[in-house]
Ligand binder design. Structure first.
Ligand code: ATP
Ligand code: MG
Length: 137
């Protein structure tokens, strides 16, 4: 069993597709083991995306991530990191496979609806960033 951290980003929440994203998880036998809606401040978003702090898009990404509420979820399943990233599609929605979340709903390389951890180590850091032990089922 593996775990990953999912975020429905501010554009996804604003588009009223929280249910749509969750339906895709459930349809693919991915289990939600923690979930909450939060509105991050700048410090919180910068801490989460600290690996990207040298990238040219960092400032814009942080402004976007604090522009509205997000839904954070810890997910569990077999091979769930890769499986969920497969459901998300490529970072750039124009390159995302048809039928993926980003292909279906993203409108921008930055405003790409969802986040998913990219490796077991990042998943552990990211889940711990948002959830304590009592919040994970
Ligand atoms: P995420 O980490 O959000 O799941 P990802 O792993 O597909 O997405 P990363 O390379 O980790 O992509 O980039 C993190 C986020 O930064 C992207 O999801 C997107 O919102 C934003 N981003 C990435 N590349 C660019 C870019 N070239 N221009 C603007 N924003 C970008
Ligand atoms: Mg990433």
């Amino acid at each position: 069993m593996e775990r990953t951290l999912s975020i429905i980003k501010p554009d996804g929440v604003a588009k009223n597709i929280i249910g749509e994203v969750i339906k895709r998880l459930e349809n693919n036998s991915i289990k939600i083991i923690a979930i909450k809606m939060i509105h991050m401040n700048k410090n919180q978003a910068e801490g989460f995306y600290t690996v990207h702090n040298e990238r040219p898009f960092f400032g814009s990404l942080i402004e976007f991530m604090i522009s509205g509420p997000v839904v954070v979820m810890a997910l569990e399943g077999e091979n769930v990191i890769k499986k969920y990233r497969g459901l998300m599609g490529a970072t750039n929605y124009k390159e995302a496979e048809p039928g993926t979340i980003r292909s279906d709903f993203a409108t921008d390389i930055e405003k790409n609806v969802v986040h998913g951890s990219d490796a077991p180590e990042t998943a552990e850091f990211e889940i711990g960033y948002f959830f304590n032990n009592f919040e994970i089922i």
